[in-house]
Design a protein around this ligand. Sequence first.
Ligand SMILES: [Zn+2]
Length: 445
Amino acid sequence: MPTDVQIRAGAAERLSRMIQLPTVSAELETRGAEPFEAFVALLEELYPHMHKLLERERVTDFGLLYRWQGADSTQDPAVLMAHYDVVPVDERDAWTYPPFEGRIENGWVYGRGTLDDKGPLLVTLEAVENLLAAGYTPARDVYISLGGNEETFGDAAAAIAKLLKDRGITPWIVLDEGGAVVDSILPFTNGAAAMVGVGEKGIASVRLSAKSDGGHASVPPPLTAVGRVSKAVTKLTPGTFPAKAPTAIPRMLGTVAPRATGPGKPIYKLLSSWPWLNARVFAALGGEPAAMVRTTIAPTKLSGGTANNVLPSNASATVNLRLALGETVGDTVRRLRKAIGDDEISLEVLEGNDASPESPSDGPQFALIRTAVSASHPEAITVPYVTMAATDSRYFHKYFPHVYRFAPLMMTAEQRAAIHGVDERVQISELARGELFHRTFIENL
Ligand SMILES: [Zn+2]
């Protein structure tokens, strides 16, 4: 039974105020912490019920954790996540309106962070505030976890996840950014789809290096350091890592099949019942489908040698890997070593994050997301997929099994390209739909 809620007007103006604060985490050194403190104060001003009725803790300098006590606090809580920092703007880019002006024009709000992630943050808080104003109490506790250094891989979300774990709390569901409502996801399909990330890939940068005796290049050994490293790099092909389809893929195809057109219908239906075939077909397709089913390798740097006629004493190459679901950095390095098969090449992990596990797409948590989507975006099917980018929720996925990545806003391909790019913007009507998503989500917990 839906709660009798008065929807507060002015969501676009509130988002505009958030955009006007340049919470650029990568420019913290030059801009200082002031925009971040101002953002925390702005939330207090814009969401008075929330700040009166919910407990708020500051966790590290950039994390905010709110607790909304539910009717039955013995039940595992829900955690709604978002981040309030944004990526920098390239001064050379020509924005239609200044990126931190928060311009409202023709039904849109423009500016850095409107989609990533202040828009999704706003719709979450709007729903909470509207429900609180109506005197609503959720069935279970609801935590709201806001981070201010997601874009710089900061520690706020990690600290919040650890805090919950240390308190013996295992959330029933965690919901963060990562997916969106998009248009036609695969060939021979049409219509909108709410893409819900049930896992996210890991990342590793690994340096391969070799040493050899220097000397004059007129009497070279069979293999110099440069030759050895080059040889190692050529051994790393897309096939170095086996393709394995996450459970989400056959489910995605099964969900898409009834809506597919032409040859899509029989193809997706068939593929959905043969998971082993999915892995091969997706791998063969290359691009994003291949990236969903396997660890990808991209050699990104190569260096060695000092002069045209001198044997190099050192050479190195860096490869950037995106780890398939369930893979660890350790597994990945072991497999690299095996593929290279040369003890003279040393491997060094420069940075690394394990991939997340996969959250179930057949349980009550996924069904709840589907219910909320059918209220906010009734034209969309709800589809599980693998998020390629890193989100703060990976820290939660380390401890908790039910983590989902979805922002309930329609984002066209052009809009998605504007995330971290130029003319990032959100449609005001989508803010209303996002609020409805979260309100439905909370009411059905
Ligand atoms: Zn983000």
